[in-house]
Design a protein around this ligand. Structure first.
Ligand code: AMP
Ligand code: MG
Length: 345
């Protein structure tokens, strides 16, 4: 995902001025931390294992302090969802998940409820049960051989079993004792920051949490924010743009993260059927929704499901979202993006 200059029309050219700068800022701000500029104030930092970039109206009251707080909120969010950090709320929950119903702390409720719902509605394509499989891939990353398929199969619960999340309590199926929220956490964290920014009086904001983009408010110069969907094979090119007044664009792609093992690349979105990188024919999928947490979970789910099953979920109307599908053969979008999605020539 990139936010970049798409100066094909006067309206889009305006968006480009604001958005293209964020790409430049990503380098400059890493060196200098947070700072303000005449028209917008921006900061970028690394958290949740990703580059976070935030840009808001410079006229926001106490813009510098607001940006600093965004960083604090992101870190607080990481401390909820980071399964690798023993101090996180998720690690505390994982320590007590033992086959019986475990109480979910209030600040994990929204995310766990959403994750369990998307897991069920995607018929297991999105899975919070992959923690042990992910750890196997991580440790294989330091060796020269990928995990054996039999070894992974032993770590996967029955694919037809789901988590039960009822009245604040979570029960896992037999054989599963811990969960991973990596496919949904960045969207949830970004949503918390957006809510804070709106309450803090920012008239507009443009945020990027790795593959998750959020925009809100009145874009200077008017019109919608134009968001470029990256070419999976070339980070300097886009396959198309989506114009959005406000909301979230979450992208899951095979190029975003990977384990390099024995000279081969294995991307990070795993098929819960076998624990190996999903091969659904999609190179990436962008989900556009007004709920950032759902957008993140759905992009991971749809990537695993592939375009045909993804369209079935779209047509079921269970979730309100639109999507852009990128395959080796081309790019396509759901009908609701008519007039807002423009493929690159
Ligand atoms: P995303 O980049 O949002 O698509 O999420 C990918 C991350 O979610 C991975 O790095 C894993 O932590 C986790 N993950 C991998 N495969 C799945 C899956 N099938 N369902 C849910 N989470 C997954
Ligand atoms: Mg995701």
């Amino acid at each position: 995902m990139t936010i970049r200059d798409r100066s094909r029309t006067a309206k889009q050219g305006q968006a480009a001025v604001i958005l293209a700068a964020s790409v430049i800022l990503s380098v400059a701000m890493l060196l200098s931390g947070c700072s303000g500029e005449a028209r917008y104030a921006a900061c970028s930092f690394i958290s949740m294992d990703t580059l976070v970039e935030i840009k808001i109206d410079a006229a926001t009251p106490d813009a510098e302090a607001v940006l600093k707080r965004c960083r604090g909120i992101t870190e607080e969010q990481r401390l909820l969802y980071d399964a690798d950090d023993p101090a996180s709320a998720l690690s505390a929950l994982n320590a007590v998940l033992d086959g019986k119903a475990a109480a979910v702390p209030a600040d994990l409720e929204k995310v766990i409820a959403a994750a369990a719902g998307v897991q069920r509605d995607s018929r297991g394509a999105f899975s919070i049960f992959l923690r042990d499989v992910i750890l196997k891939w991580k440790s294989a990353g330091t060796s020269d051989t990928p995990p054996e398929r039999e070894e992974l199969a032993e770590l996967l619960p029955d694919p037809s079993s789901y988590a039960e999340y009822v009245h604040g309590a979570l029960t896992l199926p037999a054989g599963c004792r811990r969960i991973d929220l990596g496919g949904i956490a960045k969207g949830a964290a970004e949503e918390s920051v957006v809510e804070y920014l709106k309450a803090a009086g920012a008239s507009y904001g443009i945020l990027s949490f790795g593959g998750n983009i959020a925009v809100f408010g009145e874009k200077p110069g008017g019109g919608g924010f134009v968001i470029g969907i990256r070419d999976p094979d070339d980070g300097r090119k886009t396959v198309g743009t989506v114009e959005l007044d406000s909301g979230y664009v979450s992208v899951s792609g095979d190029y975003e993260r990977y384990y390099e093992i024995g000279g081969e690349r294995y991307h990070h979105i795993l098929d819960p059927a076998d624990g190996y990188p999903a091969e659904s024919g999609l190179r990436s999928v962008a989900v556009i929704a007004s709920d950032g947490t759902l957008a993140d979970a759905l992009s991971t789910a749809l990537f695993v499901m592939g375009k045909e099953r993804a369209l079935e979920l779209y047509e079921s109307g269970k979730y309100e979202f639109e999507a852009v599908f990128v395959t080796d053969g081309g790019v396509s979008a759901t009908p609701g993006l008519e007039g807002r999605f423009e493929p690159s020539r």
